[in-house]
Design a protein. Sequence first.
Length: 319
Amino acid sequence: MRKKKELISLIVPCYNEQEALPIFYEEASKVLATMNVDYEFVMVDDGSKDDTFRILKQLSEKDEHVRYISFSRNFGKEAAMYAGFCHAKGDYVAVMDADMQDPPALLPQMLEILEGGEYDSVATRRVTRKGESKVRSFFARMFYKIINMISDAEIVDGARDFRLMRREMVDAIVSMSEYNRFSKGIFGWIGFRTYWLPFENVERVAGTTKWSFWGLFRYAISGIINFSEFPLEVASGFGITMTIIAFVMLVFIIVRKLLFGDPVAGWASTMCVIIFIGGIQLLCLGIMGQYIGKTYMETKKRPQYIVARTNIEKNANKG
């Protein structure tokens, strides 16, 4: 039995979650009440256009455990999670979605594992993808395989953002104040001992997903660029390979002309080669442009989010 009740912070990014939020709050509150811990909700309204903020305000008025941050506009889930990390006060901190795809019922087991002292984090991973399209599942699995091959960040297939962490790990995450964030990569890059807790996929309790296929694709590309220089190495490889091929072909054409007096023919094939090389050049420029763009955004030092309304005291952890 604990000598002192620890504080658990639940960071809950919310974007247009008016249907799911009350259900999540009721379920999570019931689970936390059975855990013999102090707790707080750090609800982050990521510029919702529905009644999410009104619901958050109502919850905070009836329950002192509810703290909220409302952004001036939609800054994205990564910014919402970072804001939660900056303002969470808990000895243990969890990130959870409001749609109930991260079951609150797992929290007692996760806390028990951490209290064993062997691990710094308990992370969840889906062992099934029930309710997800086959195409989306295929590309998701391919992404995990690719990023694990080309980066230093270990990302487990099926990993969710839902995890419970010790304070030390949270402080390490907050110290990484980069503008271009990819939390799954950050969790893996900072290290710490992590226990992976498998669970079967749970569908949304209400509302619709905010992630389109194109949005997930862009997010995956961002993750690869943020945690790997492999695309730049590929671009360099293309350049070296095409230079060698061009030199060999030039020698071949000169030798053929000198020895056999053969005129250079084949306008169509020449144009195909030019277009092919031009395409590779544009691809390589695009890859380099992605890295330059990320660097440009970092050098601007813009805030990752802007708070419009909050019930959190001003002297909270810096955001």
